[in-house]
Design a protein around this ligand. Structure first.
Ligand SMILES: N[C@@H](CCC(=O)N[C@@H](CS)C(=O)NCC(=O)O)C(=O)O
Length: 215
């Protein structure tokens, strides 16, 4: 019998969605434990597994790992099926570069500033700020231009060969395009738009959409 795979995540966590997308692409059966990282609700048990108090965290049998890029790499290597990091050096290093760009330059502006203040907070009647949205759009534009250059090169993000870069980027874009500003910005980056049209149709990309209506 296969060793159980458990993902601690929060239903709205974009990083949790990345881990889920990788698990689905690798056809790994897993269960999730709802873990809310905001506020003071994390148990000492959870904090002993992830002292930074973030989600997601993956448990596979007696092995625990946190940090999404590391979870994704583990799942790719530990389970059979198509590898999600190509072996060719240029493609493999573009995957690492893209993952790093997403973590450092996309998450905050696209998710925490634009999506959160335009979509998430108004939905939950929480205060939101047009200034945050403007700042987020400005920062996101730089990241989108950089990603457009990479998508144009077609080594990765080509819509044919799915990689960890696709899985890392898709939920960020999925959340970003929930806002009208984000949806419009994507249409101005043609290679990225084409990539999104292809990738968002994959069954695994269902988890890339925020879907606030589903509790
Ligand atoms: N570097 C972490 C980032 C994960 C992360 O920021 N997760 C968010 C949810 S999407 C979180 O747990 N936030 C809690 C907080 O900021 O206190 C990773 O790659 O897993």
């Amino acid at each position: 019998m296969a060793e159980p795979v458990v993902l601690h995540s929060y239903r709205y966590s974009v990083y949790g969605r990345i881990a889920q997308m990788v698990l689905i692409e690798k056809d790994v059966a897993f269960s999730t434990v709802e873990t809310v990282p905001f506020g003071d609700d994390l148990s000492p048990d959870y904090l002993s597994m992830n002292p930074f108090g973030r989600v997601p965290l993956l448990i596979h049998s007696d092995f625990q790992i946190y940090e999404t890029a590391a979870i994704a790499r583990y799942v790719d290597l530990a389970f059979p099926g198509q590898h999600l990091v190509p072996s060719a050096p240029k493609k493999a290093s573009r995957v690492s570069q893209l993952v790093s760009i997403v973590d450092n330059y996309c998450y905050w502006p696209m998710v925490r500033q634009v999506c959160s203040h335009r979509v998430f907070r108004p939905f939950f009647d929480e205060p939101f700020s047009e200034d945050e949205i403007s700042l987020g759009m400005r920062a996101a534009e730089k990241a989108l231009n950089a990603i457009e250059t990479i998508a144009n090169e077609q080594l990765i993000l080509n819509g044919n060969e799915i990689t960890l870069a696709d899985c890392h980027l898709a939920p960020m874009v999925g959340y970003f395009v929930e806002s009208p500003e984000g949806a419009e910005a994507i249409t101005k980056h043609k290679a990225l738009q084409k990539w999104w049209e292809l990738v968002s149709k994959r069954p695994s990309a269902k988890v890339a959409s925020l879907n606030l209506m589903t509790p």
